[in-house]
Design a protein around this ligand. Structure first.
Ligand SMILES: NC(=O)C1=CN([C@@H]2O[C@H](COP(=O)(O)OP(=O)(O)OC[C@H]3O[C@@H](n4cnc5c(N)ncnc54)[C@H](OP(=O)(O)O)[C@@H]3O)[C@@H](O)[C@H]2O)C=CC1
Ligand SMILES: O=C1CO[C@H](CO)[C@@H](O)[C@@H]1O
Length: 275
Protein backbone atom coordinates (compact mmCIF):
# COMPACT_ATOMS: atom_id res chain seq x y z
CA UNK A 1 0.00 0.00 0.00
CA UNK A 2 1.43 3.28 -1.05
CA UNK A 3 -1.46 5.70 -0.69
CA UNK A 4 -4.15 6.59 1.86
CA UNK A 5 -6.91 5.60 -0.57
CA UNK A 6 -5.45 2.25 -1.66
CA UNK A 7 -7.94 -0.61 -1.54
CA UNK A 8 -8.12 -4.35 -1.04
CA UNK A 9 -10.31 -6.27 -3.47
CA UNK A 10 -12.85 -8.46 -1.67
CA UNK A 11 -13.52 -11.93 -3.13
CA UNK A 12 -16.61 -10.59 -4.93
CA UNK A 13 -14.58 -7.88 -6.69
CA UNK A 14 -15.69 -4.96 -4.47
CA UNK A 15 -12.85 -2.59 -3.56
CA UNK A 16 -12.53 -1.66 0.12
CA UNK A 17 -10.05 0.92 1.48
CA UNK A 18 -7.32 -0.54 3.71
CA UNK A 19 -7.76 2.42 6.06
CA UNK A 20 -11.13 3.46 7.47
CA UNK A 21 -12.39 5.87 10.10
CA UNK A 22 -14.13 4.36 13.17
CA UNK A 23 -16.81 6.35 14.98
CA UNK A 24 -17.72 4.29 18.06
CA UNK A 25 -18.31 6.66 21.04
CA UNK A 26 -18.29 9.71 18.76
CA UNK A 27 -21.37 11.72 19.75
CA UNK A 28 -24.14 12.28 17.22
CA UNK A 29 -24.43 15.92 16.14
CA UNK A 30 -21.51 18.32 15.92
CA UNK A 31 -18.86 15.93 17.22
CA UNK A 32 -19.41 13.25 14.60
CA UNK A 33 -20.15 15.76 11.82
CA UNK A 34 -16.82 17.52 12.39
CA UNK A 35 -14.86 14.26 12.83
CA UNK A 36 -16.22 12.81 9.57
CA UNK A 37 -15.49 16.02 7.67
CA UNK A 38 -11.93 16.15 9.06
CA UNK A 39 -11.37 12.50 8.17
CA UNK A 40 -12.60 12.91 4.60
CA UNK A 41 -10.44 16.00 4.21
CA UNK A 42 -7.45 13.99 5.49
CA UNK A 43 -8.04 11.40 2.78
CA UNK A 44 -10.06 8.65 4.51
CA UNK A 45 -12.67 7.21 2.15
CA UNK A 46 -14.15 4.54 4.44
CA UNK A 47 -16.33 5.14 7.50
CA UNK A 48 -17.27 2.46 10.03
CA UNK A 49 -20.45 3.06 12.02
CA UNK A 50 -23.23 0.89 13.48
CA UNK A 51 -26.81 1.26 14.57
CA UNK A 52 -25.51 0.73 18.13
CA UNK A 53 -23.28 3.82 17.89
CA UNK A 54 -26.34 6.08 17.62
CA UNK A 55 -24.59 8.43 15.22
CA UNK A 56 -25.65 7.35 11.71
CA UNK A 57 -27.57 10.62 11.25
CA UNK A 58 -24.53 12.73 12.07
CA UNK A 59 -22.30 10.56 9.86
CA UNK A 60 -24.69 11.34 6.97
CA UNK A 61 -24.53 15.06 7.73
CA UNK A 62 -20.71 14.98 7.82
CA UNK A 63 -20.63 13.22 4.45
CA UNK A 64 -23.07 15.72 2.90
CA UNK A 65 -21.15 18.71 4.26
CA UNK A 66 -17.82 17.29 3.04
CA UNK A 67 -19.09 17.59 -0.54
CA UNK A 68 -17.52 14.25 -1.51
CA UNK A 69 -19.23 12.15 -4.20
CA UNK A 70 -21.11 9.14 -2.84
CA UNK A 71 -19.33 6.70 -5.17
CA UNK A 72 -15.95 7.76 -3.76
CA UNK A 73 -16.91 6.56 -0.27
CA UNK A 74 -17.11 3.14 1.36
CA UNK A 75 -19.72 3.11 4.14
CA UNK A 76 -20.11 0.29 6.67
CA UNK A 77 -22.87 -0.13 9.23
CA UNK A 78 -23.99 -3.10 11.31
CA UNK A 79 -27.15 -4.86 12.40
CA UNK A 80 -27.45 -4.74 16.19
CA UNK A 81 -28.08 -7.80 18.35
CA UNK A 82 -31.66 -6.94 19.30
CA UNK A 83 -32.60 -6.59 15.62
CA UNK A 84 -31.31 -9.99 14.57
CA UNK A 85 -33.67 -12.39 12.79
CA UNK A 86 -34.91 -12.26 9.19
CA UNK A 87 -37.75 -9.70 9.16
CA UNK A 88 -36.29 -7.53 11.92
CA UNK A 89 -32.96 -7.30 10.08
CA UNK A 90 -34.72 -6.17 6.89
CA UNK A 91 -36.48 -3.45 8.91
CA UNK A 92 -33.27 -2.45 10.75
CA UNK A 93 -31.48 -2.13 7.42
CA UNK A 94 -34.12 0.26 6.05
CA UNK A 95 -33.94 2.35 9.23
CA UNK A 96 -30.13 2.58 9.01
CA UNK A 97 -30.32 3.55 5.34
CA UNK A 98 -32.82 6.28 6.20
CA UNK A 99 -30.54 7.68 8.93
CA UNK A 100 -27.48 7.38 6.71
CA UNK A 101 -29.37 9.05 3.84
CA UNK A 102 -28.06 6.41 1.41
CA UNK A 103 -29.67 4.42 -1.40
CA UNK A 104 -27.05 1.67 -1.32
CA UNK A 105 -24.61 0.51 1.35
CA UNK A 106 -21.05 -0.69 0.76
CA UNK A 107 -20.80 -3.16 3.65
CA UNK A 108 -23.37 -4.46 6.14
CA UNK A 109 -22.09 -6.56 9.04
CA UNK A 110 -23.74 -8.79 11.62
CA UNK A 111 -22.41 -7.00 14.71
CA UNK A 112 -22.14 -10.05 17.03
CA UNK A 113 -22.86 -13.78 16.53
CA UNK A 114 -26.15 -13.94 18.50
CA UNK A 115 -26.87 -17.64 19.11
CA UNK A 116 -29.91 -18.99 17.29
CA UNK A 117 -30.31 -15.75 15.34
CA UNK A 118 -27.30 -15.12 13.13
CA UNK A 119 -28.26 -17.60 10.38
CA UNK A 120 -31.65 -15.98 9.78
CA UNK A 121 -29.97 -12.58 9.99
CA UNK A 122 -27.57 -13.73 7.28
CA UNK A 123 -30.51 -14.77 5.02
CA UNK A 124 -31.72 -11.17 5.18
CA UNK A 125 -28.24 -9.86 4.29
CA UNK A 126 -28.06 -12.31 1.37
CA UNK A 127 -31.44 -11.08 0.08
CA UNK A 128 -30.41 -7.41 0.33
CA UNK A 129 -27.12 -8.17 -1.40
CA UNK A 130 -28.85 -10.06 -4.24
CA UNK A 131 -31.21 -7.10 -4.69
CA UNK A 132 -28.23 -4.77 -5.11
CA UNK A 133 -28.90 -2.77 -1.91
CA UNK A 134 -25.55 -3.77 -0.33
CA UNK A 135 -22.32 -4.24 -2.28
CA UNK A 136 -20.72 -6.61 0.23
CA UNK A 137 -21.99 -8.47 3.30
CA UNK A 138 -19.95 -9.66 6.23
CA UNK A 139 -19.75 -10.40 9.92
CA UNK A 140 -18.13 -9.04 13.05
CA UNK A 141 -16.84 -10.83 16.14
CA UNK A 142 -17.15 -14.25 14.50
CA UNK A 143 -14.79 -16.96 15.70
CA UNK A 144 -13.77 -19.84 13.41
CA UNK A 145 -16.61 -22.05 14.69
CA UNK A 146 -19.20 -19.33 13.96
CA UNK A 147 -17.86 -18.93 10.41
CA UNK A 148 -17.87 -22.71 9.85
CA UNK A 149 -21.43 -22.91 11.10
CA UNK A 150 -22.61 -19.97 8.98
CA UNK A 151 -20.95 -21.25 5.83
CA UNK A 152 -22.33 -24.80 6.08
CA UNK A 153 -25.67 -23.73 4.68
CA UNK A 154 -25.35 -20.25 3.22
CA UNK A 155 -25.24 -19.40 -0.47
CA UNK A 156 -22.94 -16.39 -0.05
CA UNK A 157 -19.93 -16.43 2.25
CA UNK A 158 -18.94 -13.37 4.32
CA UNK A 159 -16.61 -10.97 2.50
CA UNK A 160 -15.27 -9.43 5.73
CA UNK A 161 -14.86 -10.42 9.39
CA UNK A 162 -14.33 -7.38 11.63
CA UNK A 163 -12.77 -8.42 14.96
CA UNK A 164 -10.81 -6.99 17.85
CA UNK A 165 -7.18 -7.10 16.70
CA UNK A 166 -4.04 -5.29 17.89
CA UNK A 167 -0.52 -6.19 19.00
CA UNK A 168 -1.78 -7.78 22.26
CA UNK A 169 -4.42 -9.81 20.36
CA UNK A 170 -2.94 -10.80 17.02
CA UNK A 171 -5.64 -13.37 16.12
CA UNK A 172 -3.15 -15.57 14.26
CA UNK A 173 -5.39 -18.64 13.80
CA UNK A 174 -8.46 -16.65 12.81
CA UNK A 175 -6.40 -14.64 10.30
CA UNK A 176 -5.04 -17.82 8.74
CA UNK A 177 -8.54 -19.32 8.53
CA UNK A 178 -9.99 -16.17 6.96
CA UNK A 179 -7.13 -15.88 4.50
CA UNK A 180 -7.72 -19.49 3.39
CA UNK A 181 -11.41 -18.68 2.79
CA UNK A 182 -10.78 -15.27 1.17
CA UNK A 183 -12.54 -13.45 4.01
CA UNK A 184 -10.93 -10.05 4.57
CA UNK A 185 -9.95 -9.42 8.20
CA UNK A 186 -10.66 -5.95 9.57
CA UNK A 187 -9.24 -4.77 12.93
CA UNK A 188 -11.45 -3.06 15.48
CA UNK A 189 -9.83 -1.20 18.39
CA UNK A 190 -6.57 -1.35 16.42
CA UNK A 191 -4.94 0.99 18.98
CA UNK A 192 -6.29 -1.07 21.89
CA UNK A 193 -8.62 1.88 22.58
CA UNK A 194 -5.51 4.00 23.14
CA UNK A 195 -4.04 1.68 25.81
CA UNK A 196 -1.16 0.43 23.65
CA UNK A 197 0.44 3.75 22.86
CA UNK A 198 2.73 3.81 25.91
CA UNK A 199 4.11 0.34 25.26
CA UNK A 200 7.94 0.53 25.44
CA UNK A 201 8.59 -1.68 22.40
CA UNK A 202 6.12 0.27 20.25
CA UNK A 203 7.66 3.53 21.46
CA UNK A 204 11.11 2.20 20.65
CA UNK A 205 10.12 1.15 17.12
CA UNK A 206 8.27 4.45 16.59
CA UNK A 207 11.37 6.47 17.53
CA UNK A 208 13.44 4.48 15.03
CA UNK A 209 11.14 5.53 12.14
CA UNK A 210 10.40 9.03 13.53
CA UNK A 211 6.71 8.07 13.64
CA UNK A 212 4.25 7.66 16.55
CA UNK A 213 3.32 4.34 18.22
CA UNK A 214 -0.18 4.69 16.70
CA UNK A 215 1.31 5.01 13.21
CA UNK A 216 3.53 1.96 13.84
CA UNK A 217 0.54 -0.18 14.87
CA UNK A 218 -1.54 0.95 11.89
CA UNK A 219 1.37 0.30 9.53
CA UNK A 220 1.75 -3.18 11.11
CA UNK A 221 -1.93 -3.80 10.24
CA UNK A 222 -1.49 -2.69 6.64
CA UNK A 223 1.69 -4.70 6.08
CA UNK A 224 -0.11 -7.77 7.49
CA UNK A 225 -3.01 -7.40 5.02
CA UNK A 226 -5.43 -6.23 7.71
CA UNK A 227 -8.01 -3.49 7.06
CA UNK A 228 -7.84 -1.04 9.97
CA UNK A 229 -10.29 1.55 11.32
CA UNK A 230 -8.78 3.79 14.04
CA UNK A 231 -11.08 6.23 15.81
CA UNK A 232 -10.26 9.74 16.99
CA UNK A 233 -12.14 12.96 17.57
CA UNK A 234 -8.88 14.93 17.72
CA UNK A 235 -8.20 16.60 14.34
CA UNK A 236 -4.41 16.23 14.48
CA UNK A 237 -4.69 12.54 15.47
CA UNK A 238 -7.22 11.91 12.69
CA UNK A 239 -4.67 13.29 10.22
CA UNK A 240 -1.67 11.51 11.82
CA UNK A 241 -3.47 8.16 11.75
CA UNK A 242 -3.77 8.50 7.96
CA UNK A 243 -0.13 9.52 7.52
CA UNK A 244 1.14 5.97 7.09
CA UNK A 245 2.46 5.90 3.58
CA UNK A 246 5.96 7.34 3.85
CA UNK A 247 7.58 4.49 5.77
CA UNK A 248 7.74 0.72 5.83
CA UNK A 249 8.39 -1.56 8.82
CA UNK A 250 11.10 -4.17 8.34
CA UNK A 251 10.13 -7.84 8.59
CA UNK A 252 12.15 -7.96 11.78
CA UNK A 253 10.11 -5.16 13.40
CA UNK A 254 6.85 -6.77 12.24
CA UNK A 255 7.97 -9.98 13.94
CA UNK A 256 8.90 -8.12 17.15
CA UNK A 257 5.37 -6.67 17.23
CA UNK A 258 3.84 -10.11 16.50
CA UNK A 259 5.63 -11.41 19.61
CA UNK A 260 3.65 -9.00 21.84
CA UNK A 261 0.55 -11.18 21.55
CA UNK A 262 -1.04 -12.07 24.92
CA UNK A 263 -4.52 -12.96 23.62
CA UNK A 264 -5.59 -9.90 25.62
CA UNK A 265 -9.03 -8.43 24.87
CA UNK A 266 -10.12 -4.89 25.77
CA UNK A 267 -13.61 -5.66 24.46
CA UNK A 268 -15.97 -8.60 24.95
CA UNK A 269 -15.26 -12.22 24.13
CA UNK A 270 -17.48 -13.36 21.21
CA UNK A 271 -18.06 -16.69 22.98
CA UNK A 272 -19.19 -15.03 26.17
CA UNK A 273 -20.94 -11.72 25.51
CA UNK A 274 -24.24 -10.58 26.86
CA UNK A 275 -25.72 -7.43 25.32
N1 LIG B 1 -17.38 -4.49 15.55
C1 LIG B 1 -17.21 -4.23 16.82
O1 LIG B 1 -17.70 -4.93 17.70
C2 LIG B 1 -16.42 -3.04 17.21
C3 LIG B 1 -16.04 -2.14 16.26
N2 LIG B 1 -15.30 -1.05 16.60
C4 LIG B 1 -14.92 -0.12 15.52
O2 LIG B 1 -13.50 0.08 15.55
C5 LIG B 1 -13.23 1.48 15.67
C6 LIG B 1 -11.92 1.73 16.40
O3 LIG B 1 -11.94 1.15 17.67
P1 LIG B 1 -12.04 1.98 19.05
O4 LIG B 1 -12.60 1.07 20.07
O5 LIG B 1 -12.75 3.24 18.77
O6 LIG B 1 -10.55 2.22 19.49
P2 LIG B 1 -9.13 2.62 18.83
O7 LIG B 1 -8.23 1.46 19.08
O8 LIG B 1 -9.29 3.15 17.45
O9 LIG B 1 -8.66 3.77 19.81
C7 LIG B 1 -9.36 4.98 19.94
C8 LIG B 1 -8.76 5.74 21.13
O10 LIG B 1 -7.41 6.06 20.87
C9 LIG B 1 -7.23 7.47 20.90
N3 LIG B 1 -6.33 7.80 19.77
C10 LIG B 1 -6.59 7.67 18.45
N4 LIG B 1 -5.55 8.03 17.70
C11 LIG B 1 -4.57 8.38 18.56
C12 LIG B 1 -3.25 8.87 18.39
N5 LIG B 1 -2.74 9.04 17.16
N6 LIG B 1 -2.53 9.16 19.49
C13 LIG B 1 -3.05 9.01 20.74
N7 LIG B 1 -4.31 8.56 20.95
C14 LIG B 1 -5.06 8.25 19.89
C15 LIG B 1 -8.61 8.08 20.73
O11 LIG B 1 -8.70 9.31 21.43
P3 LIG B 1 -9.44 10.64 20.87
O12 LIG B 1 -10.67 10.20 20.13
O13 LIG B 1 -9.75 11.38 22.13
O14 LIG B 1 -8.46 11.35 19.99
C16 LIG B 1 -9.48 7.03 21.42
O15 LIG B 1 -9.46 7.20 22.82
C17 LIG B 1 -14.47 2.00 16.40
O16 LIG B 1 -14.57 3.41 16.37
C18 LIG B 1 -15.56 1.27 15.66
O17 LIG B 1 -15.80 1.86 14.41
C19 LIG B 1 -14.90 -0.83 17.90
C20 LIG B 1 -15.29 -1.66 18.89
C21 LIG B 1 -16.08 -2.85 18.63
O1 LIG C 1 -18.90 -2.02 18.20
C1 LIG C 1 -19.13 -2.03 19.39
C2 LIG C 1 -19.17 -0.89 20.26
O2 LIG C 1 -20.48 -0.73 20.73
C3 LIG C 1 -21.09 -1.87 21.31
C4 LIG C 1 -21.72 -1.61 22.63
O3 LIG C 1 -22.37 -0.41 22.71
C5 LIG C 1 -20.11 -2.98 21.39
O4 LIG C 1 -20.68 -4.11 21.86
C6 LIG C 1 -19.61 -3.25 20.04
O5 LIG C 1 -18.69 -4.24 19.97
Amino acid sequence: MKHVQDTTTLYNGVKMPWLGFGVFKVKDGEEVVEAVKTAIQAGYRSIDTAKAYNNETGVAQGIRESGIAREDLFITTKVWNGDQGYESTLAAFEASMERLDLDYLDLYLIHWPVKGKYKNTWRALEKLHKEGRIRAIGVSNFQIHHLEDLMTDSTIKPAVNQVELHPLLTQKELREYCSKHQIQIEAWSPLGQGHLLEHPLLQDIAAKYSKSPAQVILRWDLQNGIVTIPKSVTPQRIRDNADLFDFELTMEDIERINQLNENKRFGSDPDNFNF
